[in-house]
Design a protein around this ligand. Structure first.
Ligand SMILES: NC(=O)c1ccc[n+]([C@@H]2O[C@H](COP(=O)([O-])OP(=O)(O)OC[C@H]3O[C@@H](n4cnc5c(N)ncnc54)[C@H](O)[C@@H]3O)[C@@H](O)[C@H]2O)c1
Length: 292
């Protein structure tokens, strides 16, 4: 896309910074917004490092890398809201925070700007309900981590999302070099509805003494051709995130037991073993972290 598209990405954490650099590489101008200057500085450093790696691996020239970096500005308040055709919210996963951000997006961005959220578990319908006058422009744009690498965008429509919003979002996804696939708004969407019960069941298998984590992961990797086992993946995602998504489905889908988080998963979260981010989850990475 090189038609002067400008987007604002709200949130400069893991996902927002990944979305921003992916867009910049695809010739889109980006205003990267965060309430935290530290996070903006971290995002900028991550972008520079990513582009330096791309140049050293000869994926692009230094001139192209510099041009991509120059397409991003870093702001605590959007400086390009008037010109943005998309505002993609990738702030902390908290429903009331997201509803507040959306309420202010309606005030700030043009009347034809698409208001997208990268939420992994919050209902798009309930976010849209918070901004009734703009509900037709609200859509889920669920990117996957790491954004520059992962090809999928799960595009989530609420009943109020207009066809025009859906089509423009699919077009933007393709112009970012991704494969957008649309689904309806249900708890867990498609990706987590299918993945999280699998991860949860791996915790049940461990808890029931069927096998130890290494064996569970080994069996699923070799037997199902998974790139990594479900317990290792849970560590990568964050055990707290896995538990919270199970709770969203447990509350939203109405089966008394089917989506209840396994007690083993809950126990580890309560013990502060959250996975890679705390260097200890199912597996213990503390020694490796010291060495690193
Ligand atoms: N991490 C993942 O693997 C992953 C995958 C898919 C989707 N998601 C979703 O993406 C979103 C962001 O997740 P993340 O992992 O990047 O979180 P993160 O904690 O790394 O980043 C969140 C950022 O939002 C910022 N923020 C908080 N309030 C803000 C506000 N009012 N305005 C602007 N910025 C604000 C924070 O300062 C922080 O930098 C969440 O909705 C999450 O569910 C995460």
């Amino acid at each position: 896309m090189s038609d002067g598209t400008i987007i604002t990405v709200i949130g400069a954490g893991t996902m927002g910074s990944g979305i921003a650099i992916t867009a910049a590489i695809s010739n889109v101008e980006v205003c990267q917004v965060d309430v935290s200057q530290d996070q903006l500085d971290r995002a900028k450093a991550y972008h520079k490092k990513t582009m330096a790696r791309n140049v050293s691996k000869e994926r692009m020239t230094q001139i192209e890398a510099d041009a991509a970096l120059a397409r991003i500005c870093y702001c605590t308040e959007s400086c390009r809201s008037d010109e943005s055709s998309f505002a993609i919210e990738a702030a902390t996963e908290n429903e009331s925070l997201k509803k507040k951000i959306f309420a202010s997006m309606v005030e700030t961005y043009p009347a034809d700007c698409i208001l997208a959220t990268n939420t992994s578990s919050i209902s798009i319908t309930s976010i849209a309900d918070a901004v009734p006058a703009a509900a037709d422009r609200v859509i889920g744009m669920h990117f996957f981590n790491p954004v520059p690498v992962m090809k999928l965008i799960e595009v989530i429509k609420s009943p109020a999302t207009s066809q025009d919003t859906l089509e423009r979002t699919m077009d933007l996804g393709e112009s970012l070099g991704k494969t957008p696939i649309a689904a309806n708004d249900h708890p867990g969407f498609v990706s987590n509805r299918v993945l999280m019960p699998l991860i949860n069941e791996a915790f049940h298998a461990w808890n029931d003494g069927v096998a130890e984590p290494e064996a569970i992961d080994g069996i699923m990797k070799l037997g199902c051709a998974f790139p990594m086992g479900p317990l290792r993946l849970a560590d990568l995602i964050g055990l707290d995130v896995c538990r919270d998504i199970m709770l969203v489905m447990h509350e939203g889908l109405g089966h008394p037991d089917k989506y209840a988080p396994c007690e083993k998963l809950v126990e580890l979260v309560e013990a502060g073993r959250l996975g890679n981010k705390t260097h200890w989850g199912v597996y213990d990475y503390r020694e490796a972290a010291k060495t690193a």
